[in-house]
Design a protein around this ligand. Structure first.
Ligand code: GRF
Length: 266
């Protein structure tokens, strides 16, 4: 019998990608088993999908944590194991560009939420964590708890655009408004930036004159449901490696980027 990887998922909404992954595990397109589904949103419809398949779920209510902090900042303190200096040196994405009260709120509330996420996840050992429409940025505090070996990152995300174009929350909308003639989706490993990690796979679709944002989203989602399981299966087969590539540009400048190499099937 083939060895199955243990997959955990974080979601915020409808969970159609989650469903595609669960179905692919059940039909053995993925050599894996979904071991938990967590959400920041108690109303996430995807939680019901997990229930229907007998998969354990939990919620860490980010909105409550943020509200609680704003009401009463002294009631909530940074997690004991957080090294703030280390976090600030690694965090390459913040919604705020200056050190400010907002930054303090962001760091405190996110790391507190992440400590709770990590605690809830600890009940379910896993090999891979997939973000399937999880609408919260993860800080290095959380990422470093999961990624211990730089050559084998373990957190994947799906993004509704052909990265590096259109990172952020509305990939299909941004693609449409820009007037692109091709759109698509990307599965990538998470790094410390926003939608900036090494790319594992991408699929593209044509955008026609009569397309609308809704029709683009439909075309994109259909591709997402194929792409995410395919990328997860590559991980399950042990075929993904991240490697540092450096290239010399014309004027001699060297650029370096961590990329994913897909190894041939054994
Ligand atoms: C997808 O478009 C995904 O790319 C983005 O959020 C959406 C989630 O959809 N990150 P669903 O919850 O999987 O249906």
């Amino acid at each position: 019998m083939k060895k199955k990887i243990r997959i955990g998922a974080l979601i915020s909404g409808g969970g159609t990608n989650l469903q595609a992954i669960i179905d692919s595990c059940e039909s053995e397109k993925i050599d894996g088993k979904m071991v938990f589904v967590g959400s920041d949103n108690p109303q996430a419809q995807g939680l019901e999908r997990a229930d229907r398949h007998g998969i354990p779920t939990f919620v860490v209510n980010y909105t409550e944590i943020i509200k609680g902090f704003k009401r009463n900042p002294e009631n909530i303190t940074l997690p004991d194991d957080l090294n703030l200096e280390d976090l600030l040196s690694k965090q390459s994405f913040f919604p705020f560009d200056i050190v400010s009260e907002k930054l303090n709120t962001f760091i405190t509330t996110r790391t507190v939420a992440e400590a709770r996420l990590f605690e809830a996840m600890s009940a379910y050992p896993f090999d891979l964590l997939v973000l399937a429409g999880f609408m919260r940025n993860l800080t290095p505090y959380f990422i470093d708890k999961i990624n211990k070996d730089p050559e084998h990152p373990r957190i994947m995300n799906i993004h509704p655009a052909l990265l590096p174009a259109f990172p952020g929350v509305d990939g299909y909308g941004d693609t449409y408004r820009y007037g692109c003639k091709v759109g698509g989706c990307t599965v990538h490993f998470i790094d410390y930036g926003e939608d900036s990690g090494p790319i594992i796979g991408q699929k593209a679709f044509q955008i026609k004159e009569d397309d609308t944002i809704d029709s683009i989203k439909k075309k994109g989602l259909i591709l997402e449901w194929e792409l995410y399981p395919e990328c997860i299966q590559l991980f399950a087969q042990g075929r993904l490696r991240t490697v540092k590539m450096s290239h010399k540009l014309i004027k001699g400048k060297e650029v370096e980027r961590t990329v994913v190499k897909i190894l041939p099937q054994a």
